[in-house]
Design a binder for this molecule. Structure first.
Ligand SMILES: [Zn+2]
Length: 57
């Protein structure tokens, strides 16, 4: 079992506009999880790798 991380140190990965507003993507520097903060202030957590859908085209 993993110890829960408080995600105290994060870096901003970027922002992405969605239908309901702008989501902000962060990555925890300690555990590597990706945190997604929605326009509504709801925080989602995605374990592991960063999303690979970052398009630079
Ligand atoms: Zn963390």
């Amino acid at each position: 079992m993993k110890t829960e991380c408080a995600h105290g140190e994060t870096e901003l990965l970027g922002e992405q506009k969605g239908e309901r507003g702008t989501n902000k993507y962060f990555r925890c520097l300690k555990c590597g999880n990706v945190l997604i903060l929605s326009e509504d202030g709801v925080l989602y957590e995605v374990p592991g790798k960063a999303p690979s859908n970052v398009s630079k085209n």
